[in-house]
Design a protein around this ligand. Sequence first.
Ligand code: ATP
Ligand code: SVQ
Length: 325
Amino acid sequence: EEWQDRGAAVGVRQETGPDGKPVTRYIKKGVRDFSFGQTLGEGSYSTVVLATDRQTLNEYAIKILDKRHIIKEKKVKYVNIEKDTLNRLTDHPGIVRLYYTFQDERSLYFVLDLCKGGELLGVLKRMSTFDEECTRFYGAQILDTIDYMHRRGVIHRDLKPENILLDDQMHTKVTDFGTAKILKGKRRPDDSQNGMPPIDTGDVPGEERASSFVGTAEYVSPELLTDKSACKASDLWAFGCIIFQLLAGRPPFKAANEYLTFQKIVNLEYEFPSGFPAVGRDLVERLLVLDPTRRLPMEHIKNHEFFRGVTWGRGLWKQKAPRLK
Ligand SMILES: Nc1ncnc2c1ncn2[C@@H]1O[C@H](COP(=O)(O)OP(=O)(O)OP(=O)(O)O)[C@@H](O)[C@H]1O
Ligand SMILES: O=C(O)[C@@H]1CCC(=O)N(CCc2ccc(Cl)cc2)[C@H]1c1ccccc1Cl
């Protein structure tokens, strides 16, 4: 009873131990350890508030979920999925980091990286379109992050410019993992001897496809609409839509309502605006392919002419973001 009043609770923090394996640290973090500031935004089941850790003065975004509302809306499953996927994706600069979770009698709290740059969608709307250099930089960061997620056996399933946030260096941070899918796939005989994490190829037959409908109309893949299942390539379809949208200023499939949008997707009905760069067009045409098995695979996308000159891996994240013009 006593701890509930103080709002102090055991905060769980996932870290990578000295042996490279994930270790769970139990840190007593609670509401009292933070001073809460302005509201950064509202979701359907959440409020995100700016908060400062009283001890370290570090700033965070704390996502607060009302338990009664979550239960009423039957979203408990999503809360657990978001926590489990974020706890699995702890070691990449392109993912919004989850530092602690705690609760009090009324709410659940997720202490997250603060993304002061807001949503990529907002920046795109202000710019109307990105030039090739900016699209290459932001596209490369998003792709590097998708590659990391997939290697860790996670399919995001709802990638879109609203779910790509920007930090104070204008580097991307993917968020919103409540509708992600964790592939159980068995571990391949891993090459962890050389320190590489075991790659989860999701190669258990049938396991690499996930069912249960999710996603946002404009970015939903055709396979999700035709046989209700998503796979890693579904995230690459969404990636193709995002590259198109950065260069064109609008998503490829957009109609008056969701049903008409879905029709355009399954019929691959979209047009490039005049002036769309040819190299970008070639990349998009190899991603927006109806058959997921014929979509350009990750390594080929990285080697595509559009990304010529990009240094993949950690170097990509040390670069200064190009000035948006
Ligand atoms: N880490 C963060 N840093 C800064 N702002 C954030 C952060 N996470 C979310 N926000 C902002 O807070 C708002 C609510 O985000 P949240 O993830 O709670 O809901 P949502 O996913 O946007 O909405 P819904 O749950 O309906 O999909 C969003 O507009 C988002 O831009
Ligand atoms: O899984 C965990 O880390 C703990 C385990 C102990 C616990 O009680 N919770 C909260 C479980 C829960 C989930 C949803 C609602 Cl609406 C209410 C309680 C979990 C929790 C605590 C804080 C934030 C999120 C979650 Cl899922």
